[in-house]
Write a protein that binds this ligand. Structure first.
Ligand code: FES
Length: 368
């Protein structure tokens, strides 16, 4: 999403210093005054931009792990028309019949233009999205989708990246964004290896699709090899390696810690869960519709506190990139921690409750 022009700063000169043109100063003052005068109007505007959606039909459904807890769905337009293009690492939003919105990585072949393939692991104690997919999306069911979007893009060595080889690391269902990356790396003849880890062989989806790459792929399961250490995940990882990792938080933390200070290794990763709260302070929110006050602890997200208190708030990625949890702020100061909202959106009184917070002791009033 491109940021709108900022009008609060003078344009810098070519040498990096501020210009001192008096006419620019007058123009800046006028713009600043206009910005301030229209603040109230901007607060009234609905902020979310409409995103194009598609109604797709479940054209195929296949169990892809021996434990039967992962299903792959092929989604296609009813008239067979081409769908928007995508590239490895992309995901789509699925708007489920219940109203839940969830993101799923596209894991098929980007060259297939008339369908998307996603895969979903059943998580019985999750937020309900995965069980809804498993239980309610039979072949023939329709869902609304938006996207694709890509928060985990692949930069190819020799095609915009200074690296020379890939190390792919997938944990369980984290294989889904990696699968199209393997296909692309293999197709372009780039040097790559992968380690694929999980609890047991039964739990790993798409084993048949990764083993066809032969010795490039190592499969390690906890029941046979024990929990993998960072060096097991990274392999020899020489300089000029690009690491692409997707899996559970402890796996990603181990990789990030091990690569600290390795400036010649690129690390790209995607989470499946909310990141841990860093430097959080306690604050509170008032739910405008009921007057209920919810205390937010230093180590929990605002979204977690709302859910703990039974306050309904939409969410999906829980990482500040999808925008599903946009909420209007009617009062209080926000500590914005996302990279999605533009300054005008923030100025208009919008926050992402999954990741943004408030200063210590602050009370926010939310339009919930
Ligand atoms: S849930 Fe995706 S941005 Fe908050």
């Amino acid at each position: 999403m491109s940021a709108l022009p900022r009008v609060r700063e003078l344009p810098p000169s070519a040498s990096g210093r501020s210009r001192h043109d008096p006419l620019l100063g007058v123009a800046h003052a006028a713009l600043s005054a206009a910005w301030g005068l229209t603040a109230a109007l901007r607060r009234q505007r609905p902020v979310p931009e409409p995103e194009r959606t598609h109604t797709l039909t479940v054209a195929d459904r296949r169990v892809v792990a021996q434990d039967r807890d992962v299903v792959a769905l092929t989604l296609a337009a009813a008239d067979g028309s081409a769908l928007p293009r995508w590239f490895p690492g992309a995901h789509i939003d699925i708007h489920l019949p219940s109203g839940r919105v969830r993101q799923f990585s596209l894991n098929g072949d980007p060259a297939t233009r008339d369908s998307y393939r996603i895969a979903v692991r059943r998580i019985p104690d999750g937020g309900g999205g995965s069980t809804e997919v498993h239980d309610d999306l039979a072949v023939g069911a329709t869902v609304t989708t938006s996207g694709p979007r890509n928060a985990f893009p692949l930069s190819m060595p020799g095609y915009g990246s200074p690296t020379q080889s890939f190390r792919f690391i997938a944990g369980g269902i984290g294989i889904t964004p990696i699968l199209p990356m393997l296909r692309q790396a293999q197709g372009l003849g780039v040097d790559w290896t992968m380690v694929y880890v999980g609890r047991s062989a039964d739990s790993l989806p798409f084993v048949d699709e990764v083993t066809r790459y032969g010795d490039r792929v190592e499969i390690r399961t906890d029941d046979v090899h024990g929990l993998p250490a960072a060096d097991d995940l990274l392999g020899d990882c020489p300089d000029a390696t690009a690491v692409y990792a997707c899996g559970p938080p402890p796996m990603l933390t181990a990789i990030r810690t091990r690569l600290a200070g390795r400036d010649n290794v690129e690390l790209h990763f995607e989470r499946f869960a909310a990141p841990p709260v860093v430097d959080g302070k306690p604050f509170s929110v008032c739910v405008a519709s009921t007057g209920e006050v919810v205390e937010v602890n230093a180590d929990e997200t605002l979204l977690s506190a709302l859910r703990r208190s039974g306050v309904a708030a939409p969410y999906s990625c829980q990482q500040g990139f999808c925008g599903t949890c946009r909420t209007r702020v009617l009062g209080g100061t926000v500590d914005h921690r996302d990279t999605l909202l533009t300054d005008p959106e923030r100025d208009a009184g919008t926050m992402l409750v999954c990741i943004s917070r408030a200063p210590e002791g602050e009370r926010l009033t939310l339009d919930l």
